[in-house]
Design a protein around this ligand. Structure first.
Ligand SMILES: Cc1cc2nc3c(=O)[nH]c(=O)nc-3n(C[C@H](O)[C@H](O)[C@H](O)COP(=O)(O)O)c2cc1C
Length: 161
């Protein structure tokens, strides 16, 4: 395993990538830096934040390197259903792991902020009880980063080394 490469907008994915690097000893780089430093075809693990079910940066990473595992970081709680939706939307040719990230409204700008507000408004309008937790996170933000969510990916990397 040459590297852990990540794409992060507001910092949650970056935190997971750095913890993963500490736990495995594999060096970590943001995608833009990795493009300059890591030769094409190397074996990497890619972590990206979730944007409308797509894992940001994965399409670029796939063209450059051999991806052994992909980690997705989003604001939705971890569940088998959510992971399955992400698998279907991204179709990675490797195992996919999901880490619960969070939402930091203070760091969102421009189109990202606008889009997220649209989703929040439509959930609020529907006003279904099952959306209550999500609406709270949309309004107040939340930080759910925990090493617990990295356990399986850490084990996967250590097994491959
Ligand atoms: C425009 C937009 C769309 C998003 N879509 C999703 C989504 O489909 N599923 C999800 O779980 N989180 C979604 N999120 C939340 C982010 O994935 C979440 O905040 C993540 O922790 C951000 O990671 P980062 O701090 O590394 O950028 C979305 C956020 C934005 C701004």
């Amino acid at each position: 395993m040459t590297a852990i490469v990540y794409e992060s907008n507001t910092g949650f994915t970056e935190r997971y990538a750095k913890i993963l690097s500490e736990k495995t000893g594999v060096p970590v780089y943001p995608l833009n830096e990795a493009k300059k430093k890591i030769p094409k075809g190397e074996d990497i693990v890619f972590l990206g934040w979730v944007f409308a079910n797509k894992i940001k940066g994965l399409d670029k990473a796939v063209k450059l390197w051999k991806i052994s595992a992909v980690g997705a970081v989003g604001m939705n709680p971890r569940s088998d259903k959510n992971t399955e939706i992400l698998r279907e939307a991204n179709k990675p040719e490797c195992p996919l792991f999901y880490m619960w990230g969070g939402l930091d409204n203070s760091k969102l700008k421009g189109m990202n902020k606008f889009m997220l507000n649209l989703v929040r408004d439509s959930l609020e309008k529907e006003n279904k009880p099952e959306y209550a937790d999500a609406i709270k996170v949309f309004r107040e933000g939340g930080d759910f980063v925990s090493e617990e969510y990295l356990q399986e990916l850490v084990a996967f990397i250590l097994m491959k080394m």
